[in-house]
Write a protein that binds this ligand. Sequence first.
Ligand code: BGC
Length: 354
Amino acid sequence: MKKRIVVLAAATALSALAFGTMANAEESKGLIGVAMPTQDLQRWNQDGENMKAQLEEKGYEVDLQYAGNEVQTQVSQIENMIANGDQLLVIASIEGDSLGTVLAQAKEAGIPVIAYDRLIMNTDAVSYYATFDNYLVGKTQGQYIVDALDLENQDGPFNLEMVTGDPGDNNVNFFFGGAMDVLQPYIDAGKLVVPSGQMTKDEVATANWATDAAQSRFENILSSNYADGTPLHAVLASNDSTALGVVNALAANYTNDVYPIITGQDCDIANVPNIIEGKQAMSVFKDTRALASKVVEMVDAVMQGTEAPVNDTETYDNGTGVIPSYLCEPVAVTVDNYKEMLIDSGYYTEEQLQ
Ligand code: BGC
C-alpha cells in the first residue's frame, strides 16, 4: 500500500514535470542572458528592468545579472550563462577589454552577443552594438559650455575644469573626445583656461564613475587652485554621478559668487533637483526605454535569424573591425525642458523628483 502511494506520487510528479517543461518550451521563445555592470547607479537598474520587461513581453525568458562593478563577477556570470544554455547574451560591460576569453567560449558555443551601451573591445564574438550617440553626448556638453559662456563673442578668459569617467569604459573616449573637439579651439585661443592643468583623459578620469572619487579629486582641485578666490566658470562633467561629486565638493569648499556651469548625463533622479535649483546647468537625457526596445528588436531579429536594425556601420571599431551599431539620440535637458522630457514623457513622476 505504502509502496503504491510512493509510485503514484512519483508518477504524478513526473507528469507534472513533463507537462511543465512542455508548457515552458511552447511559451518561451528562448532564454536570453542580460549582464549589467552594477546596481549602484540608477540607470543600470532601469536598463535591466526595461530589458527584462520588454523581452518577457515578446515571449523570451530572461536571466538578468548585475555584477557590482566587479569585472571577475561579470566574467563568472557570463560563464554561468553559457553553461546554463542561454541562447543569446546582451552585455553592458564593466571594462570593455576584459571579456575576450569568456566571449571566445560564447562564440565556440554558437551564442551570439550584443554589446549594450558600452562597446566590448578586442573580441570578434560581438555581433551588434546598441548605444546612444556617445560622441554627440560629449559634443552636446561641450557646446552647452560654449553657448552658456558665449565664447563666440566673449574673450574671457574663463576657468574650466574637467571630470570624466572610468578609463576602461570605451564610451569615455567618445564623451570626452566629443566635448574636447568643441572646447579645445577655445582653450587654444586662450578664452578657456584650466587652472589645475589637468587636461588629459587619464588626469581627468574617475575610477568606476564613482561620485566620491570625483568629489575628492575635485576637493583637491578647489583647495589647490581656487581657495584664493579665483572664480570657476565651468565644469565639464561627463555624467551625473560625477557631476554630483563636483556639486558636493563645491558646496563645502567654494564660496565665490560666480557659480560654475556644470554639465552631466543620464538625468538621474538625484541630479534633476539640482538642475531645478540651478546647482547643475544641464544633463544629457538618454531614454533607457528607447535603448532597451531597440536591443529587444535586435535580439528578436538575431533569434529569428534575420538582420537586426542598425544605423551606423562606421564609428565603432572594437579592434577586430567595425561592429554594426544602432545609435539612439541623446537630448540636452535643462530647467527649461525637464518637465516635457522627463515628466510628460512618463520617464519620472513629479513626486520622484521632489
Ligand atoms: C554610460 C553612462 C553612465 C556611465 C556610468 C557609461 O558607459 O553610457 O550613461 O553614466 O557609464 O555608469
